[in-house]
Design a protein around this ligand. Structure first.
Ligand SMILES: Cc1cc2nc3c(=O)[nH]c(=O)nc-3n(C[C@H](O)[C@H](O)[C@H](O)COP(=O)(O)OP(=O)(O)OC[C@H]3O[C@@H](n4cnc5c(N)ncnc54)[C@H](O)[C@@H]3O)c2cc1C
Length: 388
């Protein structure tokens, strides 16, 4: 077992860090408070080869590994936390499921623009009555000649205010086997993107409404029975959230460490107070243990899509570590940490969201418990038996 990066990984990490320091660090604070998708960063990253890192070269990707993409998130976030979202977008988000299962014609139509940073894609999965219980989704896709007619609505979709194309989970028929997905372009008659709302992180999302929205059959990504394949691909997205949680926690930790070394109270630097030293010790343990779990899930995934169990363990640990550490960093830095002039409070707000998004910590723990007991625990209310 080797816990060190290979020479190639070290070289890659150094080159991404240099790029991020030179091109992304200037303006990092302003960027964090801009709710819109940073297309300027996406274009820079496309030139730098940071979009489609894990995608095959014939699809316009870099032919790299998932671990390379994790390294890219870490190095970018260390200089500009907000720009790590673009690494997520170009490597882990719906683009990954799209590239995995899309037809050649679909990829030709959208993938080039997405990988060039000219277009954003948004994932429409959650519905007003289907959050954690995502398989309760109702948005329907009904065949009609060479078309499908979509009806329903979606909420909380990241980048929906800027996206041109939407990967939408739909129901073709009843049950788990009836779920699949379609691609819908902004501007399609019957498809409305509502007014923007904001998360605690300041990111915007809009409700998506489908009212007899007709899409050509070529826009079907996965037909009935596609749900399990989508969720297997979605584990990649989860690892991106995992990596960003940890990276933003580490950003806040480094800022707090620097502050504790230089800020003096009672005639001594803060780092000399044991009450703060133990906070740093706890933070270091949380970050380092979570990082090993992230690297295990990402490295093993290089032999295929990541394991649901290893992803659940890594995401739970990194989501909790990232938020706890960022939260402590705010405390250690006092009013300076709470101020919007620095990015520590941003890291705290941002990491909070990933404890809910992409599989909440509670739902991940349900998945881990199933592994522990080697049996499935149905979360649904039991139907009353005839005798009751
Ligand atoms: C920052 C952010 C970005 C997002 N981006 C997207 C996106 O791009 N596309 C998209 O489709 N959606 C997106 N979402 C929505 C996200 O997928 C949902 O918020 C998530 O699935 C939880 O659903 P919910 O919010 O409806 O909470 P609910 O499902 O109502 O859950 C409420 C609480 O109950 C807990 N809970 C529910 N069921 C159980 C159970 N069986 N056992 C234990 N606890 C349970 C949950 O963990 C949670 O704490 C995003 C959310 C956030 C916060």
């Amino acid at each position: 077992m080797n816990f060190d990066f290979t020479d190639e990984q070290n070289l890659f990490a150094d080159s991404v860090r240099r790029f991020a320091r030179e091109k992304l660090a200037p303006g990092a604070v302003k960027r964090a408070h801009d709710p819109r998708f940073p297309f300027d960063v996406a274009k820079l990253m496309a030139k730098q080869g940071l979009m489609g890192i894990t995608l095959p070269q014939q699809d316009g990707g870099q032919g790299g590994t998932l671990m390379d993409a994790v390294i890219a998130i870490e190095q970018v976030a260390a200089e500009c936390p907000r720009s790590a979202d673009v690494v997520q977008f170009g490597n882990f988000g719906p683009i990954r499921v799209f590239a995995e299962y899309g037809s050649e014609a679909q990829k030709k139509r959208w993938l080039t623009d997405l990988l060039a940073g000219r277009m954003a894609m948004s994932l429409g999965m959650t519905e007003p009555d289907a959050g954690s219980a995502v398989t309760d989704l109702k948005t329907s896709a009904r065949p009609d000649g060479a078309h499908y007619v979509i009806n329903g609505s979606k909420v909380f979709s990241t980048f929906s205010t800027d996206a041109e194309v939407f990967l939408v989970y739909v129901r073709y028929g009843p049950g788990l086997g009836g779920i699949g997905s379609v691609l819908v372009e902004r501007g399609t008659p019957g498809f409305t993107v509502g007014a923007p709302s904001a998360f605690m992180s300041d990111e915007e999302w809009s409700e998506l409404h489908f009212a007899d929205c007709r899409i050509p059959a070529e826009n079907v990504l996965l037909g009935p029975g596609g749900f399990k394949m989508q969720i297997a691909g979605f584990n990649v997205e989860r690892l991106g959230n995992t990596a960003r949680s940890l990276a933003l926690g580490r950003y806040a930790y480094n800022a707090a460490r620097e502050h504790a070394l230089t800020r003096e109270q009672f005639g001594r630097p803060l780092c000399e107070f044991q009450g703060l030293q133990w906070k740093f010790a706890d933070m270091a343990v949380k970050l380092e243990s979570a990082q090993l779990l992230l690297y295990r899930a990402a490295t093993n995934a290089d032999r295929g899509l990541p394991s649901a169990y290893e992803t659940a363990v890594a995401k739970t640990a990194c989501n909790q570590a990232g938020f706890d550490v960022a939260n402590e960093a705010v405390q250690i830095m006092g009013a300076t940490g709470y101020s919007r002039d620095l990015l520590v409070e941003y890291c705290m707000r941002r990491t909070r969201g990933w404890m809910i998004a992409g599989g909440s910590i509670e739902m991940l723990k349900n998945r881990i418990a199933e592994h522990v007991f080697d049996r499935r625990f149905d979360q649904r209310a039991r139907k009353a038996s005839a005798a009751e």
